[in-house]
Design a protein around this ligand. Structure first.
Ligand SMILES: [Zn+2]
Length: 323
């Protein structure tokens, strides 16, 4: 049986159970947090709050969250370990880099003489996170994360996508891409990752659920990609009705084995003043799938077997080595 790395060490993929494929624990601008301390940030309190929220989610029936928080989103694996020690839920952590434009200056003047993505020092860091562990914690990343937004394939974004593709080719670790379906950026991601030798069956096109464009979604799925219908609760981008109608229609067309479900929620995100979040996205929390989304899918004829495929079998296959 293949094993997958989590914040508490390796777990048999068969034991991942119900898996939400894109949830954050913390999203932070670490440099800002350290320099401009927030009144509502108390390290101990935030860790306890995260553990409480994840324990509540586990109670509801979710066994594993897949957390694509990487450089650019405030990754701190020591903080995640503190949370993981207080909850039974599995937390799978990532390596990679989150940017819509440039790479951080740290990388700008490193690897200038590289002749391939495999020779990029960025790739070596990603591979080390996957194989040796992250920042001396012993916790290993189990997947790679990159982004291509509305800005498209900027030189920085291309460099990260290629490094992620090369790290995947070297290790077999699966990939999650933050995409912007409004500009069909998943197609560009697919092209670049394929050129780096990626196995598209190991690629989640994240935020695919932000569109109801069935042709676009079918193109990605027919190429082998998994569709991340992973922003339930962000009704401002696409309302719940359209999100569930789209998943139900894809399931009806036979694509259940290409769909994963999630919220892209977090226990704490510093991108917004905390008090405005419930106002603009009242359903954007870990309980929304159980409360509203799964009942709405069942109402639309999605079967229990299809739901199981999306929540259990597809994540298990994604994290199983050698597809
Ligand atoms: Zn996210």
């Amino acid at each position: 049986m293949t094993q997958v790395e989590t914040a508490r060490g390796p777990v048999d993929v068969a034991r991942l159970g119900t898996t939400f494929m894109h949830e954050h624990v913390f999203i932070l601008n670490e440099e800002i947090r350290q320099n401009y301390p927030q009144a509502d940030w108390d390290e101990e309190e935030r860790v306890a709050d995260a553990a409480a929220k994840l324990n509540a989610l586990k109670q509801r029936g979710c066994d594993t969250i897949v957390d694509p928080t990487v450089i650019g989103l405030g990754r701190d694996i020591r903080r995640i370990q503190k949370v993981a020690a207080r909850t039974d839920i599995n937390i799978i952590v990532a390596t990679g880099l989150y940017t819509y434009g440039d790479v951080p200056f740290y990388f700008r003047f490193r690897g200038l003489d590289r002749d391939s993505a495999a020779a990029d020092p960025m790739t070596a860091l990603f591979v080390a996170d996957l194989t040796d562990g992250i920042a001396g914690t012993g916790v290993k990343a189990a997947f790679l994360k990159c982004a291509i937004e509305e800005q498209g394939l900027t030189p920085g974004v291309e460099r990260v996508l290629r490094a992620v593709g090369a790290a995947h080719a070297a290790t077999g670790a699966p990939i999650t891409v933050h995409t912007h379906p409004g500009s069909r950026s998943g197609l560009e991601a697919m092209r670049v990752l394929t050129a780096e030798g990626a196995d598209l069956a190991k690629v989640v096109m994240g935020h695919s659920g932000d569109t109801a464009d069935l042709d676009y979604l079918a193109t990605l799925a027919d190429a082998g990609c998994l569709l991340g219908m992973d922003r339930f609760g962000l009704d401002l981008i696409l309302p719940l009705e359209q999100r569930v109608d789209t998943v139900a229609e894809l399931a009806r067309r036979g694509y259940a084995d290409r769909i994963v479900l999630s919220h892209d929620a977090s226990c704490y995100i510093d991108w917004f003043p905390q008090e405005v979040i419930p106002a603009f996205a009242p359903a954007w929390h870990y309980g929304h799938l159980f409360d509203d989304v799964l009942p709405a899918l069942r109402e639309r004829g999605v079967t229990e077997a299809q739901i199981e495929t999306m929540l259990v079998a597809n994540p298990r296959r994604y994290f199983s080595r050698a597809s």
